[in-house]
Design a protein around this ligand. Structure first.
Ligand code: SF4
Length: 314
């Protein structure tokens, strides 16, 4: 399983998805993720004078690319103005749960964590700024997810930076950007919080092998990669669809044609159930205005279509 800093929040709530013996479905990144990758690459271009690989943004249309360039310039200007110190862009790090030390990873390819040992958990900070009295970690965010969701990710990266640069104070910054405007959210981790977070993380990491599913609002709210295949969520589906759970293999692989037929039938049933559920949700929204979702967004009707929107006033 692809476990890294962006999933620390999920790891603190459930470790099942991170088990090495569980086969996860392939990662499918949507258009929001493509836009985010492009903004990150373009921002780094300003920071390092290195041209981003066009593959990172060629899926965007002209309008989206123009918007991404404006957002990237805004992010670059913000951290150039507000963040001092010795800056490191796109810094890949790993925390070792046995030695409780951290190190900088050396492979140049972005998000390539293959050099990590089984005792290490990796992550990438968009920007690390080292000052005499503190170290600052920043992460750029382009979506509408509430910034609080990212606190564990930033605190994990902050813990690594504190150890690598031998600092006892960390300033964490979630730097959200939208339509060329930056919205920074920052907080400080003092020594006590660093120790507390380190203990929480090590406990969560160590309980992963053999961990059973721990379902909750985080399954969808924190975008669990196993949400479509884990026994807990399939159990809910089996109740809803009247399909015995035992007849559904609970991993993403198909072993033979009989299994393939069962999965195909399940897909058809799920499609019908999905339509019924969507219609009932739309009726609920028509009568009640909207539904506040676990990810902090609101499912409501806007310009004639039903969709997830950011809450009013955020
Ligand atoms: S879907 Fe929920 S219960 Fe299942 S692995 Fe993910 S977080 Fe855990």
């Amino acid at each position: 399983m692809d476990a890294s800093a962006s999933r620390v929040n999920l790891l603190l709530k459930c470790g099942y998805w991170a088990r090495k013996d569980i086969l996860a479905p392939p990662n499918d990144s949507g258009p929001g993720a493509t836009y985010g990758v492009a903004v990150h690459a373009l921002t780094e271009q300003h920071g390092t004078e290195v041209s981003p690989n066009p593959e990172t943004y060629m899926q965007l249309d002209d309008l989206e690319l123009a918007r991404a360039k404006v957002d990237a310039w805004s992010l670059f200007q913000w951290h150039s103005t507000h963040v001092g110190g010795d800056k490191h862009h796109e810094q890949k790090v790993a925390f070792n749960v046995n030695t409780r030390t951290a190190r900088i990873l050396t492979k140049p390819e972005p998000r390539d964590y293959s050099e990590c040992s089984p005792d290490e958990f990796p992550g990438t900070a968009d920007l690390v700024a080292v000052k005499p009295e503190a170290v600052c970690v920043l992460d750029y965010k382009t979506g509408h997810t509430p910034w609080e969701i990212y606190k564990p990710q930033l605190e994990f990266l902050g813990l690594c930076a504190a150890k690598i640069y031998n600092r006892s104070r960390v300033v964490c910054v979630v730097l959200k950007v939208s339509d060329g405007e930056c919205y920074p959210h920052h907080w400080t981790m003092e020594e006590e919080r660093l120790v507390e977070f380190e203990d929480q993380f090590v406990t969560a990491f160590n309980r992963v092998p053999g961990c059973e599913p721990t379902p909750g609002a985080h399954c969808t709210g924190l975008y669990c990669p196993m949400a479509g295949t884990c026994p807990a969520t399939l159990g809910k589906l089996s109740d809803e669809l009247g399909v015995p759970l035992d007849s559904i293999k609970t991993d993403a692989s198909i072993e033979n044609e009989e299994h393939a037929k069962r999965i195909y039938e399940l897909k058809l049933l799920m499609g019908k159930s999905k339509k019924v559920l969507e219609d009932s949700l739309k009726r609920y929204v028509d009568n009640n205005g909207g539904i506040t979702l676990p990810n902090g967004k609101v499912y409501t009707k806007q310009n004639g279509s039903y969709k997830e929107c950011r809450p009013v006033g955020s």
